[in-house]
Write a protein that binds this ligand. Structure first.
Ligand SMILES: [Zn+2]
Length: 467
């Protein structure tokens, strides 16, 4: 018995070590990838999908910048329809195929009549301030449709993240009555049809315009949307030669009875936004600030800054390391601003959360004027080795040349060690440590056994002698 329990203790230790090694491996290989979760929405064998090209007829949608949303949504929806029809076991319908007025109730009722598993409403965006950019998915606020929408929206973010579009996340919006704000979502859910709005990008902002200013772009969006739908439902296409049925489990963690935290309508401004001046160079007109900000309910998405005490603001910049997949972001970062010459700026930053609400920082004022000065021209200083090469005798030159290659390679290769190499080294170190511990455990166990055998032998001898 004693032996077995010691053995099991030994194996317990090995198991712990193995699990540590395994987690280390996952950590090194996995990065930010979330763990796979099952699709919460139950479906039959045949999937029924309704695509809703947003707007139509008199309802043109956004017309900013010469774009016409109602026709853009039609192009994208048609491409999504054609692509989805290439998958097996799907029925695909469009709420409209021409430029007609169609109420949100009728669109939702059409989906309900078709017994749709999902309604996808296709849109393009514009903002009042014309400063917003990026792609987002609006989903139902309440269970179980919130979970279905969240799992689809997450797939859509994954699908679009490599296009270079800024990701604005998967969100809900509530009206004053506490119900879903967006009509197509509200009307669909009221008829038990899960529905989401895909806002592909902003037609009135320079970062996004290149993503939607040609027919090919709009068609590409439709194909990406179809791909997300196929991934979400785990579809298979003999025609396209793709099979997402195995990948269908790679969905965001969500709870059928709960609401995904990141998708919750945050109606409060970011909680903290503080700036401090780290460095100012009045000659080169550069000022470096440290920005600390946080939003305890959601996350931060953009920042901008003012140099004139809040009268005018810069374009919006992506908040450093904002990650809509897990809600993380850098809470403190530094950035250097170029200050116009002959000014005494009054600097304010603003932090924006996932729901476009912002908080202004404290103001940093300057009493000294930034005045650009040309760097004083200094004679060209040549590197020491070059100087030797030019001035020194021929013999020294060759000596230097001979010595250098031997001494130099090490730092060079060290500089080239990338993050992958670093991770590989970490993995190797972990494996080596594991092997060392394992071997020492085996040796210790063997020694213990020997000692026990010896003790038993001694005890046996004693008994024999005493008898
Ligand atoms: Zn729209």
């Amino acid at each position: 018995m004693l032996m077995t329990s010691r053995n099991s203790q030994f194996f317990q230790r090995v198991r712990i070590l193995l699990s540590i090694l395994f987690s280390a491996g996952i950590f090194l290989a996995g990065g930010t990838t979330s763990f796979a979760a099952p699709r919460l929405q139950p479906v039959e064998d045949k999937i029924v999908i309704v695509i809703d090209p947003g707007h139509g007829g008199k309802n043109e949608g956004t017309t900013e910048n010469g774009f016409q949303e109602k026709s853009m949504t039609m192009t994208t929806a048609m491409a999504m329809y054609e692509e989805l029809c290439k998958y097996d076991n799907v029925e695909v319908y469009l709420t409209r195929t021409s430029d007609v007025n169609l109420s949100l109730e009728k669109r939702a009722q059409y989906a309900a009549d078709k017994n749709a598993d999902f309604l996808f409403s296709i849109h393009y965006n514009a903002s009042l301030c014309h400063e917003m950019y990026g792609t987002e998915v609006w989903i139902p606020a309440y269970a179980p449709y919130n979970a279905y929408g969240y799992q689809f929206g997450y797939v859509q973010m994954e699908t679009l993240k490599d296009t270079g579009l800024f990701l604005r996340g998967v969100k809900t919006r509530l009206g004053d009555d506490g119900n879903d704000y967006y009509g197509i979502i509200r009307e669909s859910v009221a008829r038990s049809v899960p529905a989401v709005i895909i806002e592909h990008c902003h037609v009135d902002q320079e970062n996004d315009i290149p993503f939607c200013d040609s027919e090919e772009d709009l068609i590409a969006f439709g194909r990406e949307d179809a791909r997300s739908v196929a991934k979400y439902f785990g579809l298979k296409s003999t025609e396209l030669g793709v099979d997402y049925s195995d990948d269908s489990l790679v969905l965001a963690e969500a709870s059928e009875n709960g609401r995904a935290k990141l998708s919750l309508n945050d109606e409060t401004d970011p909680d903290v936004c503080q700036i401090t001046l780290s460095d100012a160079d009045y000659d080169t007109c550069e000022a470096t600030f440290e920005i600390s900000a946080a939003d305890y309910d959601s996350m931060l998405l953009y920042y901008d800054y003012s140099l004139d005490g809040g009268k005018t603001y810069s374009a919006r910049f992506p908040w450093p390391d904002a990650n809509v997949f897990d809600g993380t972001y850098t809470d403190t970062f530094t950035t250097t601003l170029q200050i116009p010459s002959d000014t005494q700026p009054k600097v304010i930053f603003r932090a924006y959360n996932l729901y476009d609400l912002d908080t202004e920082s404290n103001m940093v004022s300057f009493s000294q004027t930034f005045q650009y000065k040309e760097p004083t021209s200094t004679p060209e200083v040549q590197p020491a080795s070059d100087a030797v090469a030019v001035d020194g005798p021929a013999l020294e030159q060759t000596q230097t040349a001979e010595k250098l290659p031997e001494a130099e390679p090490l730092p060079d290769t060290e500089e080239e060690v990338g993050i992958l190499d670093f991770l590989m080294i970490c993995l190797v170190v972990v494996i080596v440590l594991f092997v060392i511990v394992l071997v020492s455990q085996i040796l210790a166990e063997r020694k213990r056994r020997q000692r026990r055998r010896q003790r038993r032998k001694d005890a046996g001898d004693d008994t024999y002698q005493s008898r």
